[in-house]
Design a protein around this ligand. Structure first.
Ligand code: ADP
Ligand code: ADP
Ligand code: ADP
Length: 214
């Protein structure tokens, strides 16, 4: 199963990725998590990406395409994968196509901007695993700690409201065109396209996915 998760920042991609990974036994490829790992490790890539990410802008297509290309070539992706946060621009989608990377399903999470702003304000993340929580909607068992490791949760620097609003602007401008792009692909029979109402509770969104994915 090869899946693309499409949706605004905070739409619930990472949260549902955890569910889908377990359900289908496929790895999550989160470009955001990969970039944050590079920042923590202090690599050259991380240094280049940090300022761009903190400003709520997109990292260059070339850099991201190279990163995903390398990741998809690894053995654990042979049986499928879950793309979370990639592609985010038309050139990224074109690069994937040119390279013969096909997908079975594209899932779009539909969530209004005002809901997103509220979600981001309460988002807490476990940097090591990519697990995400929300202080109200999806709280950890112990406040401020990851359920599985007990390690501290953190707040992403780009989740501050002004930056979130900037990221939403970038989403509408640069990523939203992928909705038409993949709907056209689905019409020509290359993949399945699903639009999911992402405003429902986490478990209901998961249930919808389980029901509709084929
Ligand atoms: P969210 O989960 O809130 O949508 P991500 O973790 O996916 O955010 O991405 C965080 C940041 O990393 C983005 O704002 C952007 O700067 C960078 N980034 C992640 N994926 C991409 C991508 N495919 N293309 C360009 N930049 C990306
Ligand atoms: P290769 O080096 O394997 O022959 P190409 O140079 O033909 O690949 O790749 C064509 C374009 O597609 C390049 O811009 C490349 O970076 C990009 N690309 C390759 N693989 C992927 C991938 N898995 N995801 C996104 N872009 C990719
Ligand atoms: P994305 O990966 O699309 O940026 P996340 O999965 O990180 O989104 O979710 C953003 C925030 O919203 C997190 O705090 C998460 O716990 C919360 N969240 C995710 N899905 C839902 C949902 N269906 N209802 C309420 N909150 C949610």
């Amino acid at each position: 199963m090869r899946i693309i998760l499409l949706g605004a920042p905070g739409a619930g991609k990472g949260t549902q990725a955890q569910f889908l990974m377990a359900k289908f036994g496929i790895p999550q490829i989160s470009t955001g998590d990969m970039l944050r790992a590079a920042i923590s490790a202090g690599t050259e890539l991380g240094k280049q990406a940090k300022a761009v990410m903190d400003a709520g802008q997109l990292v260059s297509d070339d850099l991201i395409i190279g990163l995903v290309k390398e990741r998809i070539a690894q053995d654990d992706c042979k049986g499928g994968f879950l793309l979370d946060g990639f592609p985010r621009t038309i050139p990224q989608a074109d690069a994937m196509k040119e390279n013969g990377v096909v997908v079975d399903s594209v899932i779009e999470f539909d969530v209004p901007d005002e809901v997103i702003v509220e979600r981001m304000a309460g988002r807490r993340v476990h940097a090591g695993s990519g697990r995400v929580y929300h202080v109200t909607y999806n709280p950890p068992k112990v406040e401020g700690k990851d359920d599985e490791t007990g390690e501290d949760l953190s707040i992403r620097p780009d989740d501050e409201e002004v930056t979130v609003r900037k990221r939403l602007g970038v989403y509408h401008e640069q990523t939203k065109p992928l909705v038409d792009y993949y709907q056209a692909e689905a019409k020509s029979g290359t993949c399945q396209y699903l639009t999911i109402d992402g405003t429902q509770p986490v478990e209901q969104v998961s249930a919808l996915l389980a029901e509709k994915l084929n």
